[in-house]
Design a binder for this molecule. Structure first.
Ligand SMILES: *Cc1c(COP(=O)(O)O)cnc(C)c1O
Length: 223
């Protein structure tokens, strides 16, 4: 079997698992968006997944996205490209130009630069706040106890329209307490979107309210 057929088979299997997980907890499969994570995946394989009807894609590096996505967008204008990796302030202009959603906003200086660039360019990607839900020193994200204040700052001081929260829970641990905490932080801030769940734990994330699951290796194979 060719690599592309394999991608499509694995995509279909992931879509079935999402639908089943949603059904099992009384949610509708349409309420859970599959974000295909395409880091390290070449453009021709991505094009096949776009042609299969997927609408949400995640990349974790601005530079890699700049190399692959402008040409894909010319061929298929209808999709939502999401930045799910760390963003340096000196890449904000490129990120606003390239992405339809930025899920890794986690500090005041970055939020302020984003607000400024959106006002300057008139382009307004959707913004998610990334929470360092397991309080891990090596991980990006605002700490859970600082999330309310950071969200308030973004909304009130910068007039940024925050769409939801994103997290990457600690590896090799049961993710459910972390997903539940992210859902609680979102609810008490009136946020409806929860980007949580990856290949190893997306069914659990769906049970706990994920609206976007970010899946790479279950579709494209191990990187
Ligand atoms: C790579 C990546 C994913 C996808 O991970 P898989 O385990 O391959 O599904 C999801 N979210 C972020 C932020 C990533 O960097």
């Amino acid at each position: 079997m060719s690599e592309i057929e394999t991608d499509l088979d694995r995509l279909a299997a992931v879509q079935r698992r999402i639908a089943r997980a949603a059904r099992e907890c009384g949610r509708s499969a349409e309420d859970v968006r599959l974000v295909c994570v395409t880091k390290t995946v070449p453009a021709e394989r991505i094009a096949t997944i776009i042609a299969a009807g997927c609408q949400d894609f995640g990349e974790n590096r601005v530079q890699e996205a700049a190399e692959k996505w402008p040409a894909l967008r010319r061929a298929h204008p209808e999709f939502c490209l999401r930045l799910i990796g760390p963003l340096q302030t000196n890449k904000v202009r490129d990120a606003v130009r390239l992405f339809d959603a930025i899920e890794s906003v986690d500090r005041p200086k970055l939020a302020a630069e984003l607000a400024k660039e959106m006002a300057r360019s008139g382009k307004t990607p959707r913004v998610y706040v990334q929470v360092n839900i397991g309080e891990e020193p090596q991980k990006a994200g605002v700490l859970p106890e600082a999330a309310d204040e950071f969200i308030r700052y973004c909304r009130e001081s910068l007039e940024l329209n925050i769409e939801g929260l994103m997290c990457i829970p600690p590896a090799h641990q049961l993710a459910s307490p972390y997903f539940a905490l992210l859902a609680k932080l979102a609810a008490r801030n009136g946020l409806k979107r929860l980007s949580m769940g990856m290949t190893s734990d997306f069914e659990l994330a769906i049970q706990l309210g994920a609206t976007e699951v970010r899946i790479g290796s279950a579709i494209f194979g191990v990187r």
